[in-house]
Design a protein around this ligand. Structure first.
Ligand code: ZN
Ligand code: ZN
Ligand code: ZN
Ligand code: ZN
Length: 246
């Protein structure tokens, strides 16, 4: 057994998860010989201090950030310690919560600024993960993408497996990517504030002319691309906009 450089005990060394799919690959870190218990304690402190995006504590300057699989394994180790079961349960929830809060906040900021050229361009190239809301970029030609949180989804509509609404969104000469289409229309979407969001971005790959559609003004003629989500999706039985009480 190697000796951990932090606690100097002989213990099993940390091996970070290797994630490699056609969407992304995580930066490699060999774990620096750190033991699982030390990593678990570090993760616990970080989560208690409100940080979900935990950096590798093995060496000064290591830029590796733990993926959810690493955090999960560290918490498993912590859970095996006496009397830690309840704490770990709370920490797991906290991790999901912190991650989701952070990404929701980022998503809001991005949409608020979507008039800006950079943000507008970004909205035509990314899709929020339906589970953790991280903005995922399409790196390859495949429309099936993977997120760092471990989920996969359909890139053009942002739907989790089985929930694709691309066929419902097809329109003549239409674009392929509709930002957060699934999150804005599916009953399973838990991002309620997005249901209110009427701005829409098209990926006009064909003419290279990126158009950002802003808030739907009052009295806007239905059927224009601006009201695409509200009219096309509603006509097809998808709810769009805030949930109304019956
Ligand atoms: Zn250690
Ligand atoms: Zn490292
Ligand atoms: Zn995700
Ligand atoms: Zn789809």
């Amino acid at each position: 057994m190697p000796v951990c450089p932090v606690c100097f005990e002989d213990a099993e060394s940390v091996e970070y998860a290797t994630m490699h799919n056609h969407s992304w690959k995580n930066h490699a870190c060999d774990g620096h010989g750190l033991c699982w218990r030390c990593l678990a304690q570090h993760v616990e402190i970080q989560l208690l201090e409100g940080r979900y995006n935990v950096r590798c504590p093995g060496a000064a300057g290591c830029s590796y950030r733990l993926v959810s699989l690493d955090v999960g394994r560290a918490l498993d180790v912590l859970e095996r310690e006496d009397g830690k079961e309840e704490v770990v349960g709370t920490l797991r929830l906290r991790y999901e919560q912190l991650r989701s809060d952070c990404h929701q906040h980022r998503l809001r900021e991005l949409l608020k600024k979507s008039q800006g050229a950079n943000e507008a361009w970004l909205l035509t190239r990314v899709q929020p993960c339906p589970r953790c809301l991280t903005l995922v970029r399409k790196e390859t030609g495949c429309s099936h993408v993977f997120c760092r949180c471990g989920s996969d989804f359909c890139f053009p509509c942002g739907a989790p497996p089985g929930g694709c609404i691309c066929s419902q969104m097809r329109r003549p000469g239409g674009s392929k990517v509709v930002f957060a289409a699934w999150l804005r229309s599916a009953d399973e979407s838990r991002v309620e504030w997005l249901w209110d969001y009427r701005g829409l971005v098209d990926d006009n790959d064909d003419d290279g002319d990126e158009e950002v559609e802003q808030e739907l003004p009052q009295g806007q003629v239905p059927g224009t691309p601006r009201s695409f989500l509200s009219t096309w999706l509603e006509a097809r039985g998808f709810r769009c906009g805030p949930r109304r009480s019956p």
